[in-house]
Design a binder for this molecule. Sequence first.
Ligand SMILES: [Zn+2]
Ligand SMILES: [Zn+2]
Length: 235
Amino acid sequence: MVNRAGAAALEALFPQHCALCGLRAPGPHPLCAGCAADLPRNDPCCSRCALPLPRGGAACGRCQGGPPPFARSVAPWLYEECLAHLIGRWKYAGERRLTPLLAQLWLAAAPATEPVDALVPVPLHWRRRLQRGFNQSEALARQLLAHGVQARLAPRLLRRRRATAPQQGLDAARRQANLRGAFAVTEPCEDLRLAVVDDVMTTGTTAAAAARALLAAGAARVDIWCLARTAAPGQ
Ligand SMILES: [Zn+2]
Ligand SMILES: [Zn+2]
């Protein structure tokens, strides 16, 4: 057991180090200025689904062909090696000290957002939550609110009806089938402006399924707030 004085002594002996390069990180977060500057921003990107694009100001071909149910996606970082490493340690290795850092990264790079009434974390099925020990999307939403985002947290508004197979490795049709009816809305959300919070947006299938359920329950508008966006498949 390390008491509080002991923890302070340990921190003095082993000051905070960058989670990416291991060098001393003098700020409040475990990321040095050099590594922070190397993280690639997702800009320009699709105004609707945040897909990285060569030019900004428009929606991607897929959104122009069939607009998604959500109004806008904010995903200010590209999901590449360094960010994937940070998010992996946070999510799968239980390094919850990275939550404030990731929230700060979102706040530092997100463009101005529409006002929202509530943040709705993408829920985990209870079994996965038990395995992981926490819901990373809910932890991220809490940190955003702690750092000045004006809204309330609606952590139980969306519920997983059933465990779904991991989306990785499934093609578009299978991803959609996997999530059909996966989310239930636990309260009416008439006229609410909602932001669904998730860690990474890959194809947007999860975001679309969540948005569709919330809109069917009466939400006026649903935006998606994610840390990072993957490039289009095959890029
Ligand atoms: Zn570093
Ligand atoms: Zn798009």
